[in-house]
Design a protein around this ligand. Structure first.
Ligand code: HEC
Ligand code: HEC
Length: 205
């Protein structure tokens, strides 16, 4: 018993003094995805509060470098994330997805004053609600939240889906998903810009 008390007295203050991030498996990710969920790297998306299963699928896709599911159904490649994800086991990927999905969601506009507070809803946005939820707050675990995500990131993904060629097995930056690529096929650059700003300016709660 005295031994236990000794351990508690000596070790507890040391443990408490560690910054939270230093103890968690997601530490290597925070450099870009940010300790509070907002990525300092403007290319990197907000992960805090994102759907768990969706995050898992993305990490598996980055790790596998190609199909996340059935061949030619979906694939995602990005050199930065490929390098980060290639060592993770399935179990570690599940843990990472769970950790980020449980973080309190943060909206880009909380941090970025350049994102306007009031953006009219483009009519076409309604066609996204079946899968992404009303105003981009998803109710399904495989479908990502769009609300509050950085507009520039959303726009980049929409262009990637739109311009992906499923036969392309080599492009280092690539994203194809049969549902989304079909959806994105007909979007003009102006529509992509409007949709990205609309969903990005919403709050995620
Ligand atoms: C050096 C910067 C960097 C680091 C470190 C990093 N990421 Fe990323 N991450 C990115 C970038 C950039 C993207 C966007 C890729 C794209 O455009 O397809 C991204 C995308 C993602 C996505 C896709 C999210 C979405 O909404 O589709 C997930 C999931 C992810 N990262 C998880 C992680 C995890 C988990 C770690 C730690 C193991 C990590 N990242 C470390 C830069 C980074
Ligand atoms: C039929 C269902 C469906 C519809 C409708 C749909 N999406 Fe998606 N969307 C998905 C799925 C599934 C994914 C995840 C793809 C993957 O795993 O790579 C996705 C991913 C995305 C992403 C990437 C998010 C991220 O964090 O990387 C964006 C942006 C997006 N959709 C925007 C839209 C917009 C805008 C519309 C309306 C014009 C729309 N989607 C309509 C199913 C849909």
């Amino acid at each position: 018993m005295r031994c236990l008390v000794f351990i508690l007295v000596i070790l507890l203050p040391v443990w408490l003094a560690q910054p939270l991030a230093a103890q968690s498996p997601e530490t290597p990710c925070l450099e870009c995805h940010g300790p509070e969920g907002l990525a300092k790297n403007p290319q990197a998306p907000i992960l805090a509060g994102q759907r768990e299963h969706y995050l898992k699928l993305q990490l598996q896709a980055f790790r596998n470098g190609n199909a996340a599911g059935r061949a030619n159904f979906s694939a995602r490649r990005h050199p930065v994330m490929a390098e980060r994800a290639h060592n993770y086991t399935d179990e570690e990927i599940v843990q990472l997805a769970r950790a980020f999905s449980r973080q309190v969601c943060r909206s880009a506009r909380e941090f970025d004053p350049r994102i306007p507070r009031d953006v009219p809803r483009p009519q076409i946005a309604q066609t996204c609600f079946t899968c992404h939820g009303v105003d981009g707050r998803s109710r399904r675990s495989t479908m990502p939240n769009l609300a509050g995500q950085r507009p520039a990131y959303l726009a980049r993904q929409l262009f990637a889906f739109r311009d992906a060629k499923p036969a392309d097995k080599t492009a280092p930056i690539y994203r194809h998903h049969r549902m989304m690529s079909r959806k994105g096929n007909h979007l003009s650059p102006e529509q992509i810009k409007q949709l990205a700003l609309y969903f990005g300016h919403k709050t995620c709660w």
